[in-house]
Design a protein around this ligand. Structure first.
Ligand code: AOF
Ligand code: ZN
Length: 363
């Protein structure tokens, strides 16, 4: 097998960490000796052993003289676990093939340099694009100290997220909805505006086998979330953060009693300051947000330039209606030249629905 093939296999292992390691990266490692894989591992759980140590522990025979393939540069710092570089040096491995360097300032090339200095052969940049793409959330979070925000919506082919009467249930089919639940498992939190809670009373949980619930974040400038809404009554079961600019402790109290966390943020143009909210959430270890709207919050988020990726599911249905809402509301932009554009676009079919994805290009 070629270096790329071993690295691609390590990438598959890394993906097994989805849902378990935030805000750490997904990392996979394979140890090869005499042309055979003798050990493999991945970063399985936040705070637990790194991929390299798991692969070494998995070795069927001595890794001495072997080659380590790892999707991310081995760490050389003491974090929740001791440096992987120590374990690699102790193992007698002779060659390390790295997918991409770790942008964490504590590492950032130092891990690779340390191994080279110790006399190991080190190759970097094998399947680099794939390795970086896998960790787009981690790369963004560690470099900007803000969460990676994915705006997701489902609309009809005529661009509506609800009918004229406000009905918005089941726009897309089950296969697309299942993919949304995979996203809820992948990203550490889910965010909606208070309007969505009032009109839809959603539970915002992850409903796929083995999935875990994202932390729920409700943007509620003036604390208007109904106390009998599902997100509030189940706040002791699923961590729920109410982001608000309301400082009145009497108004906050009932939410706290239900088990919600109140996150006080600055006000900005009659709304909460979303940039401020992002830094506060990152401080709490939240590396990613699935933004599920509604339309007012979606436009505020775009305007505040906090959105990194847009995922639009399009169903082959037509609703019509002057007043029927579209995914992004607010004032909108005035001139086409000021529009938001998307780069690195992809299309994926989910039965009859199509998912259009792209990264927001703020340049
Ligand atoms: C690796 N292999 O599998 C992972 C790495 O607190 P710790 O000890 O878990 O360290 C977390 C940092 O280590 C994290 O920010 C990232 O830079 C790196 N993660 N490194 O060599 C791994 N998960
Ligand atoms: Zn490590």
């Amino acid at each position: 097998m070629s270096d790329e093939e071993y690295m691609n296999y390590a990438l598959l292992l890394a993906e097994k960490g989805v849902g378990y390691v935030n805000p750490n990266p997904y990392v996979g490692a394979v140890i090869v000796k005499d042309g055979k894989i003798i050990g493999q591992g991945w970063h399985e759980k936040y705070g637990s052993w790194h991929a390299e140590r798991n692969a070494l522990a998995d070795c069927l025979k001595s890794p001495e003289g072997g080659t380590l393939y790892v999707t991310l540069e081995p760490c050389c710092h003491h974090g929740k676990t001791p440096p992987c570089t120590d374990a690699i040096l102790q193992s007698g491995i002779k060659k390390v093939v790295i997918g991409c360097l770790d942008p964490n300032p504590l590492i950032a090339g130092k891990g690779a340099a340390l191994l080279r200095k110790a006399g190991l052969e080190v190759i970097t940049g094998v399947s680099e694009d794939k390795c970086q793409k896998l960790n787009e959330v981690f790369f963004h979070y560690i470099q900007t100290h803000t969460p990676y925000v994915v705006m997701k919506y489902a609309m009809t082919m005529d661009g509506k997220i609800a009918t004229a009467s406000g009905d918005s249930k089941w726009i897309t089919g089950s296969s697309a909805r299942e993919n949304v639940h995979r996203s809820r498992n992948k990203y550490s939190s889910i965010m909606v505006g208070v309007g969505t809670v009032i009109t839809d009373n959603p539970s915002l949980t992850c409903r796929i086998p083995g999935g875990r619930n994202p932390i729920r974040i409700i943007c509620d400038t003036d604390l208007n979330t109904p106390l009998d809404s599902t997100v509030i009554t189940t706040a002791k079961e699923v961590r729920t953060i109410i982001a608000t600019a309301c400082t009145c402790s009497n108004r906050q109290k009932p939410y706290l009693t239900y088990g919600c966390e109140i996150l006080l943020v600055n006000r900005y143009e009659n709304y909460i300051d979303l940039k401020h909210l992002m830094t506060e959430l990152a401080k709490r270890g939240i590396d990613s947000i699935l933004l599920e709207g509604g339309s007012a919050l979606n436009f505020s988020a775009l305007k505040s330039r906090i959105v990194n990726k847009v995922q639009g599911y399009i169903a082959p249905k037509l609703f019509g209606g002057e007043q029927s809402k579209s995914p992004i509301g607010g004032t909108g932009i005035q001139e086409v030249t000021n529009c938001f554009t998307l780069k690195n676009r992809t299309l994926t079919w989910f039965d009859e629905d199509v998912l259009v994805e792209g990264e927001v290009d703020y340049t």
